[in-house]
Design a protein. Structure first.
Length: 586
RNA sequence: UGGGGCGUCGUCCAGUGGUAGGACACAAGCCUUUGGAGCUUGGUACCUAGGUUCGAAUCCUAGCGCCCCAGCCA
């Protein structure tokens, strides 16, 4: 008889066969396949504008689009919607390609650019003019706005709306030829100036922009707007399901209008909620501002919610994929707690990161009864979660460094690490008792004098006595020095946009988002660790080697802290509450 | 204000007429040579008010609240 299984439609637990999480978009596709819409084809795409670096929110979209194509044996395209030469750069194109690949999405040979469709888009515009559905308008930008009306009042028709087909054709051709200055004319669709949907009030299809495009160079001086480009680009590529975020829901009638007027393949647009994360800003414009104004060290600063930043910080793409499938997809405007992302990161790192001992803030310890010249090799487990990771030897000697936080001269209640007269276990080594505290002239603790029990090699006492605490250590003569960069949230508020009248979101920047700790002491086995390598510093957190590392001086980024029960108790004792408010640095 | 969208534990997501479930977070406990990991247990969540029904988170009606739209940005 088999054990009854728990039935649940949600995320499978680790070890279960990965079952895609159900959501409304997936349901729509399932129905479309069943009804043989599009001949049962599933073809999605990720359509970024190359005007910035990809952030966590894009990861959600990529995961959704690629995941759907993959699940249903369909195709996934990467297409750049590069319709605004004023904001776009090759640098962004290159970085986006890297990031999408890093996340594991595969577009095979289908890397496209809306700019490659400019000629077709132009021909379609001519077709619309010929059908009397588009006209050249001489109104200025300000006038266009005035004529558009407001949310509650209908707009007025442009005086140029009645231009004849031939005149429109000639004018549009001259726009392309460069006969007119920027902003002097536009090509507009002739739809309905009284529509309650502002997108239908004769939207602009083409604007004059004498600007060099990162890909088409100076071939064009008129550029199609996003609204005129996006839907048709999807159509050209045979996209079946055009998945986008909620704010484009209002635009769908317009995209449908273009498709119908042109009589071309009709992709189905489906809108979902964009990602919002606590303590995090996911707006390209604001992220750009943080970089430009020097609030962070660059797009790949580990505090940035960019994919580049995440990677440098040590977040894995596996963790991201898990995160994306756990948050689900819906149309609710929600905010995901950062804790969930961190959980996914820890979950992945716990399985893969090699354990190592490192002391961030060293306190010198001399073991008085340990022979001066003796060095022992202690065997340490590389990863208790992975038997295949094996073991390593860690040198042990008379002088060690331990973490300053692991000693309290006057231990508070509940603190059971080292203190005068107390015995603790040195991980993988011996039991050790603190005998004396050495201070400098100003009363700072500079050294601990301790004794060890030679009978406890490996960590267990033959007499069976127990010790409350196990602490990490590094042998002083063998230690390597390193720099550690400890990160906290970039903003102090769950919602960084919550500001008072007249204030800017930068007021919420966390002054303690980066703490640099120099002269950390680390195990010798770390010598030569490659940039990007992931480790767990036992009892401290996950760390990864930063590319700033130089031979002889490693730099580590703290990817995530470990759960710190003692810190939580202590915060509670200080009456700060366990969960709310700003988190902590170390 | 016109239009579009959305309201289920603290948070996110399921449940689409038949005992409201999962994850994260939180709390308590177990275990532990990482105060890690793991394991166990816990909690008055269906926006409100009417209605239909034997039975409503699901259907109907009326409210209320939140988000988006007035770029020649995407």
């Amino acid at each position: 008889m088999t054990t009854p299984q728990k039935i649940s439609g949600s995320t499978p637990r680790a070890g279960d066969s990965p079952r895609p999480k159900s959501h409304f978009i997936r349901d729509i596709i399932l129905r479309d396949i069943e009804s043989n819409k599009n001949g049962g084809r599933v073809h999605t795409r990720f359509p970024p504008e190359p005007n910035g670096y990809l952030h966590y929110g894009h990861a959600k979209s990529i995961h959704l689009n690629f995941g759907l194509a993959k699940e249903f044996g369909g195709k996934f395209n990467l297409r750049f919607d590069d319709t605004n030469p004023l904001k776009e750069e090759m640098e962004y194109i290159e970085s986006i390609i890297e990031d999408v690949r890093w996340l594991g999405a595969d577009w095979e040979d289908r890397l496209f650019y809306a700019s490659d469709y400019f000629e077709q888009l132009y021909a379609w515009a001519v077709q619309l003019i010929q059908a009397g559905k588009a006209y050249v308008c001489d109104l200025t930008a300000d006038q266009v706005r005035e004529y558009r009306g407001t949310l509650s009042q209908p707009g007025r028709e442009s005086p140029f709306r009645g231009r004849g087909v031939e005149e429109n054709l000639a004018l549009f051709e001259r726009m392309r030829a460069g006969d007119f200055p920027d902003g002097s004319r536009t090509l507009r669709a002739k739809i309905d100036m009284a529509s309650p949907n502002l997108n239908m009030r004769d939207p602009i299809l083409y604007r004059i922009l004498h600007a060099e495009h990162p890909r088409s160079g100076n071939k064009w001086c008129i550029y199609p707007t996003y609204d005129y480009t996006h839907g048709q680009s999807d159509s050209i590529e045979g996209i079946t399901h055009s998945i986008c975020t909620l704010e484009f829901e209002d635009h769908r009638p317009l995209y449908d209008w273009f498709i119908e007027q042109l009589g071309i393949h009709h992709p189905q647009q489906i809108e979902f909620d964009r990602l919002n994360l606590t303590y995090t800003l996911l707006s390209k414009r604001k992220l750009l501002q943080l970089v430009r104004d020097g609030h962070v060290r660059g797009w790949d600063d580990p505090r940035m919610p960019t994919l580049k930043g995440a990677r440098r910080r040590g977040y894995t793409s596996e963790a991201f994929r898990e995160f994306c499938s756990r948050i689900g997809v819906s149309k609710t405007n929600g905010v995901i707690e950062l804790a969930l992302l961190e959980h996914c990161v820890r979950e992945d790192l716990n399985k893969r990161a090699l354990r190592v001992m490192a002391v961030l803030r060293p306190l010198r310890v001399v073991i008085e009864n340990y022979p001066e010249d003796l060095v022992e090799e202690m065997e340490a487990v590389n990863n208790p979660e992975d038997a295949n990771a094996g073991t390593r030897k860690v040198p042990f000697s008379r002088v060690l460094y331990i973490e300053r936080d692991d000693f309290r001269e006057d231990p508070p209640k509940g603190f059971y690490r080292l203190s005068p007269g107390r015995e603790v276990r040195l991980r993988y080594a011996y039991m050790m008792t603190c005998r004396d505290v050495i201070k400098d002239a100003s009363g700072n603790i500079v050294e601990l004098r301790c004794t060890y029990d030679p009978e406890t090699r490996g960590g267990n006492a033959p007499d069976g006595r127990k010790v409350k605490s196990t602490i990490h250590w590094v042998s002083a003569p063998h230690a390597l020095e390193a720099e550690a960069r400890l990160y906290d949230t970039l903003f102090t508020k769950e919602d960084p946009n919550e500001v008072q009248e007249g204030e800017d979101f930068t007021i919420n920047l966390n002054p303690n988002s980066l703490e640099i700790v120099e002269r950390c002491k680390i195990e010798p086995c770390l010598a030569g660790a490659a940039a990007g390598s992931l480790y767990q510093f036992e009892r401290l957190g996950y760390f990864c080697v930063d590319p700033d590392s130089k031979p002889g001086k490693l730099v580590f980024n703290r990817t995530a802290t470990l759960r710190d029960t003692w810190a939580k108790i202590e915060r509670k004792q200080k009456g700060q509450g366990g969960s709310k408010g700003l988190r902590y640095c170390t």
